[in-house]
Design a protein around this ligand. Structure first.
Ligand code: ADP
Length: 543
């Protein structure tokens, strides 16, 4: 039979059109880079993104061109989020925390034609621009008066080019499978790899992410993405919020607990970030005896969320934790820990244990675990295996590579090790390169870290495997304790015994002032190993 339905195109421009049409006056509150907190709305963002698309075309952007965007979470960034793809260009998000060499590598690799940057990013761009061969123009997201002096000639002022345009513009149309955005993985091993999202993958992903068992977003919510839009497709919140017509709070660049608290108290109902942000915020709230007056849900992902964080949010602040797992390669959502009916039946303690898993996948994501030979392993909640995924918004090939990143059945090797239980709840036990192999058994470094940070005097912990003559590898723990804490190794060993099996207890503990992090705020085990090597650290049995 013929297809008799309309050929609606899943392009992201439809998302912002919808928000402007049906949720025009929903508030978008934003802390600007210049300082003041401003208010705008979806209709105004829609208007400005159309003006930006028009301006970009006038400046020479053509369909398929790449534009690198290095900006914090502000309302103007939302205008760019839609203005760039609306002009037919591809929005390449740039993480300012990457090393200069990595930044120029990815700008050259993606062949960015323009850069659009916040004014405080100028020093970074000034340094790398001579090495960026394809960049023709740099646009600074600011008013004319607030653009700092720069060695870059002919800087373009964002507000000026917008001023010249009316909003009378038809989005550049095209196939829903056209490229829409690029995000590079953080490149902890080798050069960063480019993941290219299509309009279709972004829209499908946003539709499933927003659904009740996932981010559970609606027009009644006010969402604050603390996770930057440049980290893993901004966890899709730049698409999901307008898709459901939610209001937003954009926190800008100030990530201190004081600043985040101020923004959370502007009526935020849902927020999202990595665990370290929340550890700091919870300490701040407790120290100052503060309450969260409107927050209902917090999405925590990017690395494993410690049980203590889940308990404190839920028991002390009445905020539900949604523990999530995802990857840049998956747009990024893979799973969220919302409660299926089977979990609601459990007592609170067991429910919190379930929340330590990262939950179950949305529609269109499929997961499986296998042994090293690719044989499928059981979903019994105990057996650990290599985690594979496939779905509508999962990478097929990295940018400019010949080889597909998936096997012949479309499965993508996530590089994670996990268990899956009978209800489909997945628990990341480690990244395959970080798992500690001791006497033929696997010890999860994440389990050890989470057990340690449950101690009130421990701020952060990192477990790594160290060469051992008898056991192949044994775990050791690197710990940052609270200021002025006198906690001893023995006390930590004793504390951990209640959470992990005796043979998994680390063989040694090293106290440090700081643990190195990656550009996306995760513990950098590569750098940690380097530091230990430089200190000629060996297992105590070899000493
Ligand atoms: P990057 O490594 O560049 O920060 P991603 O954000 O794509 O890039 O990282 C994805 C990885 O982060 C996953 O493969 C997994 O190892 C880890 N991760 C994400 N969420 C969780 C979680 N809730 N628990 C444990 N690990 C997680």
């Amino acid at each position: 039979m013929d297809n008799l339905m309309q050929p609606f195109s899943l392009r992201v421009s439809e998302v912002i059109d919808h928000a402007a049409r049906y949720h025009p006056n929903r508030k978008i509150i934003s802390r600007n880079i210049e300082g003041p907190i401003t208010e705008t709305s979806w209709i105004k963002i829609h208007h400005n993104s159309k003006r930006l698309s028009k301006a970009l075309i006038k400046l020479g952007i053509r369909k398929g061109d790449r534009i690198g965007v290095m900006a914090w979470n502000t309302a103007r960034h939302l205008e760019i989020w839609y203005g760039v793809p609306g002009s037919g260009a591809v929005n390449h998000t740039l993480n300012p925390r990457l090393f200069s060499k990595q930044l120029s590598f990815i700008i050259n690799h993606a062949e960015d034609k323009f850069l659009i940057i916040d004014n405080d990013m100028l020093p970074i761009i000034e340094k790398i621009l001579p090495h960026c061969k394809t960049v023709e123009k740099v646009i600074v997201i600011s008013n004319k008066e607030q653009i700092p002096k720069s060695v870059i000639p002919d800087l373009i002022c964002y507000e000026e080019i917008l001023k010249e345009q009316d909003g009378d513009f038809d989005w550049i149309r095209g196939d829903e499978k056209d490229a829409c955005g690029i995000c590079y993985t953080s490149g902890t091993t080798g050069n960063p790899k480019g993941v290219v999202y299509t309009h279709r993958s972004n829209v499908l992903h946003a539709m499933t992410s927003a659904s009740p068992d996932m981010l559970n977003l609606s027009s009644r919510d006010r969402v604050m993405p603390v996770v930057p839009l440049f980290h893993a497709n901004g966890w899709s919140i730049g698409y999901t919020a307008p898709l459901v017509g939610a209001s937003m709070v954009m926190p800008g660049k100030d990530m201190t607990p004081e600043a985040l608290y101020e923004m959370l108290e502007k009526g935020v109902t849902v927020t999202a970030a990595v665990p370290t942000i929340w550890l700091l915020l919870l300490n701040y709230l407790k120290a100052n005896q503060l309450k969260l007056s409107t927050l209902q849900r917090v999405i925590i992902g990017g690395s494993s969320c410690p049980r203590a964080v889940i308990e404190t949010f839920q028991k002390d602040f009445g905020v539900q934790v949604l523990h999530a797992w995802g990857m840049t390669e998956m747009s990024p959502l893979g799973t969220i820990c919302s409660f299926k009916p089977e979990i609601l039946e459990l007592n609170e303690k067991d429910r919190i244990s379930i929340q330590e898993t990262t939950g179950h996948p949305p529609f269109s994501v499929e997961l499986k675990i296998t042994d090293d030979d690719g044989n499928k392993l059981p979903n019994d909640g105990k057996t650990q295996g290599k985690l594979w995924s496939r779905g509508a918004a999962v990478v097929q090939k990295y940018l400019k590579t010949e080889q597909e990143t998936v096997d012949k059945f479309g499965w993508f090797d996530t590089g994670d090790v996990a268990t899956i239980d009978k209800n489909g709840y997945m628990r990341i036990t480690d990244r395959s390169k970080d798992i500690i192999k001791s006497g033929g058994e696997w010890i999860s470094s994440i389990d050890l870290e989470n057990a340690a940070v449950g101690h009130p005097e421990i701020v952060e912990a990192a477990a790594i495997g160290i060469k051992h003559p008898k056991w192949d590898e044994r775990p050791i723990l690197v710990v940052v304790s609270k200021k002025n804490s006198k906690i001893s190794k023995e006390e930590i060993f004793e504390f951990m015994k209640s959470y992990v099996a005796k043979w998994q207890i680390p063989d040694d503990i090293i106290f440090v002032d700081e643990i190195p992090h990656t550009a996306t705020g995760k513990i950098s085990k590569i750098d940690l190993r380097k530091i230990l090597e430089e200190k000629h650290y060996v297992h105590p049995d070899l000493d």
